[in-house]
Ligand binder design. Structure first.
Ligand SMILES: [Zn+2]
Ligand SMILES: [Zn+2]
Length: 303
């Protein structure tokens, strides 16, 4: 758990002024994709280093970083409207920043993600994502790593390679694919229309992407985002989460993928995490993975 009480003072934005707009005085007058340090970060590079204490309530410093990645200079452009070539620039910025953060001592995990949509609590409509660097491996990542590691030990196979092979063989949950990446609704989807983009090749971190793979990743992200936004005819409120290996060590069981958690369960209803989800960790998904995959597959752009 992280306490970031100073974040309560985050400002309400004055109307019609956006710090991420060229000309705001806060960002350069011209840019394509921009890394912008978060003024109200949960982690800071000048914080005390992470050093676990003993006792019931362990407190440590929060050394790390929280960057905003401003995807595009245009304020009201939805991420799905950005051209593929522009998504490619975002992927390149992710890789560049990843390489910089890996060099910082004490950083154990680099988490690239995006929250989009007012109903998800995003006050800033300008297209942007975030990069957090953690002085520890976050618990859900830790759990996924350990499950994947157990699977490799017991089955002598990467669980993601196995899932991908089975998904491609049956095809019923596939939404879109290209030569390097496949998008599908996982059998174990917890969110209505949850999708995963999985790399066809087995590797763990984005700096390992080849040029062609980076271009194909950009193309499939664009396609998935368009499908989401076309599904109900408005930008889908969602989380987009890049899953990578920790920055150091060998993790042969891990396989790069991106999770998309849309929170809209119909055109007019949101999915809330209520008692069963928040208190028991059991997701009740009111949609069937195969049906949702079909809907998304048949939503423009088609393959
Ligand atoms: Zn803006
Ligand atoms: Zn694999």
């Amino acid at each position: 758990m992280g306490v970031a009480a100073h974040r309560q003072n985050r400002p309400q934005m004055p109307e019609n002024w956006c710090p991420f707009d060229p000309g705001s005085g806060r960002v350069p007058d011209q840019f394509d994709v921009l890394i912008y340090p978060n003024d109200f970060a949960a982690f800071r590079m000048d914080a005390e280093p992470f050093s676990p204490e003993t006792g019931l309530y362990r407190k440590t410093g929060a050394r790390g970083s929280c960057d905003v990645v401003i995807y595009h200079p245009q304020h009201s452009l939805a991420p799905s409207q950005m051209p593929v070539e522009h998504w490619r620039k975002v992927v390149d910025v992710w890789i560049r920043r990843y390489r910089e953060l890996v060099a910082v001592p004490g950083i154990q995990y680099i988490y690239i993600f995006e929250n989009t949509g007012a109903s998800i609590g995003v006050t800033m409509p300008h297209p942007h994502g975030q990069i957090y660097s953690f002085p520890f491996i976050p618990p859900l990542i830790e759990r996924e790593l350990s499950a994947a590691s157990d699977y490799l030990r017991d089955q002598q196979e990467c669980i993601y390679c196995r899932i991908l092979r089975d998904e491609l063989a049956s095809g019923v949950r596939i939404v879109a694919e290209n030569p390097d990446f496949v998008a599908f609704v996982p059998f174990f989807a917890r969110w209505p229309g949850e999708m995963q983009i999985c790399a066809r090749r087995h590797f763990g971190r984005i700096p390992e992407l080849s040029d062609t793979e980076a271009a194909n990743l950009a193309a499939l992200i664009k396609k998935v985002r368009m499908k989401y936004d076309n599904l109900y005819g408005f930008p889908m409120p969602l989380m987009m989460l890049l899953r990578q290996s920790p920055v150091s060590g060998d993790h042969p069981y891990f396989h790069f993928h991106i999770d998309f958690y849309p929170i809209q369960r119909s055109a007019t209803k949101l999915k809330y995490l209520a008692g069963v989800e928040s208190g028991a960790g059991t997701f009740l998904n009111d949609t069937v993975a195969e049906q949702k995959a079909k809907e998304l597959r048949e939503t423009a752009p088609l393959d």
